[in-house]
Design a protein. Structure first.
Length: 378
């Protein structure tokens, strides 16, 4: 079994034993349990792991009774509470425990930010460090092997969930992805939220998967699905909070010439996106290969920027004349613009640079992610 080195590990370790809990968010099956177990294993018998979905573990979590949880923890110095979002009032319980036993380092993981964040964030204000674990990045995969063009096309096609990347047999890869996209994709949403019409919810997801890289309209989605605009917005919010999709907005400094109220939707894993539309065929011959690569680059950019303490925002730029830049990152006055192209080509960025002459620009293509340069084939 391949154990991938996660870049976030060193950042978590640097903030251990500082009197704050470590909150590790991320979708199911992305490696949160593996990573947290790896971290506590460094402490031998002083480290412990507890699955909060087990009744024998859950019975120790009560508000106002930190000593009951201490019975579970015992003399261990660092512990993992996995799937912490399944515990009612988990935030208040952990706050009380941290205040009573500050010497014990807690790592709490959760696969749904909308539930874990709502239960933990307010009670643990000033008492936690938060991290998000995504599917594997190209950087992380590259620590175990040189990435060929064939590898990269496979990532565009089937995504980069650890179990998918680690498997060598193509049929098994597809089976794992199908399992992820059906058994795990909606689990948290259906478990914690009342979805009155699952069919509409799934149809929305399919429509969004076909609009990757295009401007999305809530009104059009509402009309197509035959439901209220507020329902569409709610479902999209739930999909974001369960790490399935992400909305990005426009970068605007001059509303008179630049589009203001528009957004696009990207999936946090290209394999999941392809599985949603039941098309995991080879990417190169597909009409949507450009959109798939654009989605892939978005996920890589998001993974890269998530490591920063003060993260850059990711937006897109569009003029009312239709001229568009795929992605713009911003932090203060620092701007970087990116155009995604299947093959390298010259993009002048003329209009964007006319308005923002200090911005850095880059055209990104498949070759930017291939580390096996000996076999580089554009």
């Amino acid at each position: 079994m391949i154990i991938f080195q996660r870049t976030i590990e060193s950042k978590i370790k640097a903030n251990l034993f500082k009197g704050r809990a470590i909150l590790l968010f991320g979708p199911r099956q992305v490696g949160k349990t593996t990573l947290s177990k790896k971290i506590v294993s460094d402490y031998g018998d002083n480290g412990g792991y507890f699955n909060c979905e087990l009744a024998m573990v859950r019975k120790h979590f009560f508000i106002g009774k930190p000593e009951l949880l201490k019975e579970l923890v015992g003399d261990k110095k660092i512990v993992v509470f996995d799937e912490a979002q399944t515990i009612e009032d988990i935030g208040s319980i952990l706050k009380s425990f941290i205040d009573t036993y500050p010497e014990v380092q807690i790592i709490a993981t959760g696969s749904s930010s909308f539930d874990l964040a709502n239960k933990i964030n307010e009670p643990l204000t000033g008492r936690s460090f938060e991290y998000t674990l995504f599917p594997l990045s190209i950087e992380e995969i590259g620590l175990t092997k040189n990435i060929t063009r064939e590898d990269l096309l496979g990532f565009l096609r089937l995504g980069t969930y650890p179990a998918v990347v680690a498997e060598s047999d193509l049929n098994t890869k597809e089976e794992i992805l199908k399992n992820l996209s059906t058994n795990y994709l909606y689990k948290d949403i259906f478990l914690f939220e009342s979805i009155k019409n699952p069919t509409i919810f799934e149809n929305l997801l399919k429509i969004l998967s076909l609009q990757v890289g295009s401007i999305v309209s809530l009104n059009e989605l509402s009309e197509t699905l035959g439901v209220h605009r507020a329902t569409v917005d709610k479902y999209m919010r739930l999909l974001e909070q369960s790490f399935v999709i992400k909305r990005i907005n426009t970068f605007v400094n001059n509303p008179r010439t630049e589009v203001k109220k528009a957004f696009k939707v990207y999936f946090l894993d290209s394999g999941i996106r392809n599985a949603v539309i039941d098309d995991v065929s080879a990417v190169e011959g597909r009409n949507d290969k450009g959109a798939i690569f654009e989605n892939f680059f978005y996920t890589e950019l998001r993974k890269q920027l998530s490591a920063d303490v003060f993260q850059k925002q990711i937006k897109f730029w569009r003029m009312r004349t239709g001229i568009e830049i795929d992605f713009v990152t911003q932090r203060g006055e620092e701007l970087e613009a990116y155009e995604c192209k299947w093959q390298k080509e010259n993009v002048p960025f003329k209009e964007f640079l006319r308005k923002y002459p200090k911005a850095k620009t880059k055209v990104v293509s498949l070759s930017d992610f291939i580390t096996d340069t000996a076999n580089l084939d554009q």
